[in-house]
Design a protein around this ligand. Structure first.
Ligand code: TEU
Ligand code: CA
Length: 558
């Protein structure tokens, strides 16, 4: 396996709106990020992934871009951004920008033109289809509820929007559009950007026949995923982008890919494929969703979680590369989801971090994860801001769900769980802003905040720091081969890593019970073994262990 800096890096995701507000207008901004760079450097971060900071009407908090080469006024200016890049580089860190090129905002000048007339020069930059018998061109549902098609009066036809109706999908079939996108990316890379995270990039190639999605239950709208996820020309487009742009720079790339399988990931990230470095898959994020989708919350099982993560580890062992994440701006907080966010918050956050960071792949930490921030439970829908949550609420009310049941699902799954302001200290609004925050702070900030975490040597923050330092010290953490142990055990997630004659053993208790663990490794085969890290007082001794609630341990053998 070839070595690469992006395989050895740890990435930290910033959601700018909620990170740090420098001018007290209630909205996080670029100067606010600069104020916190020393904090990130201290944590040991190599790369910062910045969620979109481009000009946007904020229908979907910046994932609806109206100008790819300008900075959103609420976040600052291009001069601020230049300064940010300089300050990041000065600290020997790197910057990864978010690239949202499956769709733009409907306020982008391309779309403003495109919708004017069928003869417009920009017409073909978007996906237009005539209606069928007075209805939408097909039965596809938007990710944010309702039809994926929106009627346009001026031209008496419909445009496709897989997300909100203010996010029209770009038409990648159009060569001129692709060239415009490539030159835009080149422009940013020439400014010195080090990495790109590509939003729903495996959606850019659609089946141009736009067939109806299967609809056995006779619903109004259904998923059309089969016809746009990993679509017919996706690899051609990525290889073209790589050849024309990416290959000319030393740039790290990660494609966000809902619905990608590990088999496809090998095609997207294989060493000789010349497409991307790694992908974000969603298989482990779907284990608590029923057939009804994300809001149909169901209990998850550790066996399934182990099965999924292990499958990805095995399938990408020889070719391709994994990304590792528990959290991002679209997902509930992991300590609330797969851990215990009350009595065992500290223990379970460390356990989850260990389980993930000791796997093979590039780890991503989402802001606040390193201090164990939790889900929020706003009592009324009026406190929520996320378009997906708000649309789902309306839809479920119409479908006749009781409000209690809807709110319960929102408390567990809403994207706003990840979007409450970063908790810096115990002052008003957690030190995020002195103004009125755009979304309320989680009231638990008085206990859970960065200031406290830095002072407490036993904090989740210091533990993350240690995990990152271990990765820098031991090659085996980056490059060792993964092997799952105790596959049928419902309480323990245990695995090994192997590099030459070295071995790592990772043991995590996912329950609040004590559980027995006896090591399957023949200790006598090794000269020495030692405990590298754990979240309880533990010794080097590893015969017949009784694991405490949410206990985790990593042993190193050589
Ligand atoms: O998300 C892609 C995506 O598939 C979302 O539907 C995501 O899975 C969902 O929010 C979870 O419920 C990306 C961005 O990360 C997200 O913030 C954007 O809203 C979306 O694309 C559209 O740009
Ligand atoms: Ca601000």
């Amino acid at each position: 396996m070839n070595k690469a800096w992006w395989k050895e890096s740890v990435v930290y995701q910033i959601y700018p709106r909620s990170f740090n507000d420098s001018n007290n207008d209630g909205i996080g901004d670029i100067l606010g990020i600069i104020e916190k760079l020393d904090y990130l450097k201290d944590l040991g971060i190599d790369v910062i992934w910045l969620s979109p900071v481009y000009e946007s009407p904020n229908d979907d908090n910046g994932y609806d871009i109206s100008n790819y080469q300008a900075i959103m006024a609420e976040f600052g200016t291009m001069a601020d951004w230049n300064q940010l890049l300089k300050e990041i580089h000065r600290r020997d860190m790197k910057l990864m920008m978010d690239l949202v090129i499956n769709h733009s905002s409907d306020e982008h000048s391309w779309f403003v033109e495109s919708r004017k007339s069928k003869e417009n020069a920009y017409r073909d930059y978007y996906i237009w289809r005539p209606g069928k018998d007075g209805y939408e061109p097909n039965n596809w549902e938007s990710a944010f509820s309702g039809s994926a098609w929106q009627y346009n009066k001026e031209t008496d036809d419909y445009f496709l929007h897989l997300f909100s109706k203010k996010q029209p999908d770009l038409n990648w079939e159009n060569t001129t559009l692709r060239k415009e996108i490539y030159s835009m990316i080149t422009w940013w890379l020439d400014k010195g950007v080090d990495g790109l995270r590509m939003d729903v990039i495996n959606f850019i190639s659609k089946d141009t026949n736009f067939p109806d999605g299967e609809n056995p239950e006779g619903k109004k709208y259904v998923s059309g995923a089969k016809y746009f996820m990993n679509g017919p020309k996706i690899h051609d487009y990525l290889q073209e982008m790589n050849k024309n742009v990416l290959s000319k720079y030393d740039v790290m790339t990660v494609g966000e890919m809902p619905g990608a399988t590990p088999e496809e990931a090998v095609l997207y990230t294989g060493e000789r494929r010349d497409e991307l470095n790694m992908v974000f898959h969603f298989e482990h994020m779907d284990i608590d969703s029923g057939f009804g989708g994300k809001w149909d919350v169901k209990p998850w099982s550790l066996i399934t979680l182990k099965e999924i993560l292990s499958k990805w580890q095995y399938k990408l062992e020889h070719d391709g590369w994994n990304s590792l994440y528990w959290n991002n701006h679209d997902q509930p907080r992991v300590v609330s989801r797969f851990g215990h966010d009350d009595e065992y918050r500290n223990k379970s956050a460390k356990m989850l971090a260990t389980t993930l960071h000791m796997m093979k792949g590039t780890p991503y930490i989402y802001q606040g994860e390193e201090i164990g921030m939790t889900n929020v439970r706003f009592s009324t829908i009026s406190k929520y801001r996320d378009i997906e949550t708000l649309n789902a609420y309306k839809e479920k009310v119409t479908e006749g769900w009781p409000v209690d049941k809807i709110m319960q699902a929102i408390h567990i799954k809403s994207r706003d769980n990840a979007r409450t302001p970063m908790q810096w200290d115990t002052t008003t609004n957690a030190g995020f802003t002195e103004g009125e925050p755009w979304i309320q702070v989680n009231p638990n900030y008085t206990d859970i905040n960065v200031k406290q975490a830095i002072q407490d040597s036993n904090s989740i923050f210091h533990y993350y720091k240690q995990l990152i330092q271990l990765r820098k010290k031991y090659d085996i953490i980056v490059y060792g081969a993964y092997d799952l142990l105790l596959e049928d055990n419902q309480d323990i997630f245990a695995y090994t890593r192997q590099l030459g004659s070295e071995k790592l053993l990772i043991i995590s208790n996912f329950t609040e019970k004590q559980v027995a663990f006896s090591t399957p490794i023949d200790v006598k085969l090794y000269r020495t073994h030692k405990l590298l890290i754990s979240n309880y007082e533990a010794t080097d001794e590893l015969e017949d262990i009784s694991l405490q609630p949410y206990e985790t341990r990593v042993y190193y053998f050589s």
